[in-house]
Design a protein around this ligand. Structure first.
Ligand code: GGG
Length: 353
């Protein structure tokens, strides 16, 4: 818990629903936070805009006012989902990628857990995704080559970013019962970039400032392709996994398949001075506006955000209320083979609270 809002009378929470189902699930998370009552400081919500729809309306995907408000007027935030187009659009750049960099939210922490005690093997892992570099520096060029067009992308891995994501991952592993960390890379092929990531993360326990704190963490390594294979064959071997940006994104979606739905998986974008909850799922244009999006990942993201800020009781209550809805299995959205709406699932969570 690197920073504290504990002395606050109120908690200023920026809300950025952005696109698609983000506009349905973030308001649900807001209701769940309000229902916590005195277990957290009085929440005050700051409505903010960003996203593809914002771009089509205003010509800007991430307005300066949104970033300013987050930096100067909010203690934390919740982000929904964004629908960036798959083609290049002049003047547009993904606002969530930009926001993570602007706010220096260098770690994306994505826990994946099975809820049913009967699920075998039982899954309880965290993907720790580096959040600021790799191919997401978005330095792409295209030119005419001898055999047609040639496109290139720069992949940036720095010692600084690898060290701090490594420290975050060791800290999380150290705090868990199994104390096991797997470093994900592909340094048999990308020996320079992934080689630097691997070597730097491995070096974290030896840093003088760490002072031996992580000596109890068992370190393993896995090439990213075989990590996906093992994730499906024997997910129970993983505890904390730390990965460069793109691998972390892909691995966490894959891991979500093991526990029923991407609609259950929360995350926080964490830095040293700010935290922003965000469901791992995207904007789901196929179901947007139908009122059937699963709000549980967003409610769990709110719990993760509160937990990182130190509001453990509030976070525990949200997690327990969500787990109970899943275990009872009666009021679930269609992604979990249920027939209920977003509002009905929210009502069930609120009842459990
Ligand atoms: N909440 C996660 C999310 O929005 N995922 C989709 C995503 O990251 N898309 C990248 C983009 O649209 O810019």
């Amino acid at each position: 818990r690197p920073f504290s809002t504990a002395s606050r009378q109120s908690l200023r929470i920026g809300l950025i629903p952005a696109d698609g189902i983000g506009r349905e699930v973030i308001p649900a998370a807001k209701e769940a936070i309000i229902a916590l009552g005195s277990d957290i400081p009085k929440p005050e919500f700051v409505d903010l805009i960003a996203g593809w729809e914002c771009f089509t309306r205003t010509g800007v995907a991430l307005p300066e006012e949104t970033v300013d408000a987050l930096k100067n007027d909010c203690d934390c935030a919740l982000f929904g989902s964004v629908s960036s187009p798959s083609r290049r659009v002049v003047g547009y750049s993904s606002p969530i990628v930009a926001l993570r960099k602007e706010m220096d939210l260098y770690a994306n922490i994505r826990p994946v857990m099975s809820v049913y005690p009967s699920q075998k093997p039982s899954i309880d892992l965290i993907v720790v995704r580096e959040n600021t570099e790799c191919l997401y520096v978005k330095q792409e060029t295209q030119q005419q080559g001898e055999h047609g067009r040639e496109a290139r992308a720069t992949r940036l891995i720095t010692e600084r970013a690898s060290r701090r994501i490594g420290q975050m991952a060791f800290e999380l592993a150290h705090a868990r019962p199994r104390k096991h960390l797997t470093i994900i890379h592909k340094s048999n092929v990308l020996s320079v970039t992934d080689g630097l990531f691997r070597e730097t993360v491995r070096g974290v326990p030896l840093l003088p400032e760490v002072n031996g704190k992580y000596n109890d963490v068992e370190i393993a390594e896995q090439l990213v392709d075989s990590a996906v294979y093992r994730l499906f064959r024997e997910p129970e071997v993983f505890d904390v996994m730390v990965a460069p940006n793109l691998y972390g994104d892909i691995l966490s979606d894959a891991a979500a398949a093991l526990v029923g739905s991407l609609g259950l998986i929360p995350s926080v974008n964490a830095g040293d001075n700010f935290v922003m909850g965000e469901p791992v799922h995207g904007s789901a244009p196929d179901i947007a506006g139908k009122g059937i999006a699963n709000p549980l990942a967003s409610i769990r993201s709110a719990a993760l955000m509160l937990r990182r800020l130190g509001y453990i009781k509030g976070a525990d209550r949200l997690d327990l209320a969500v787990d109970q809805v899943i275990r009872e299995g009666e009021i679930l959205t269609p992604d979990l083979h249920g027939k209920s709406t977003t509002q009905e699932v929210l009502a069930a969570v609120l009842k459990n609270l």
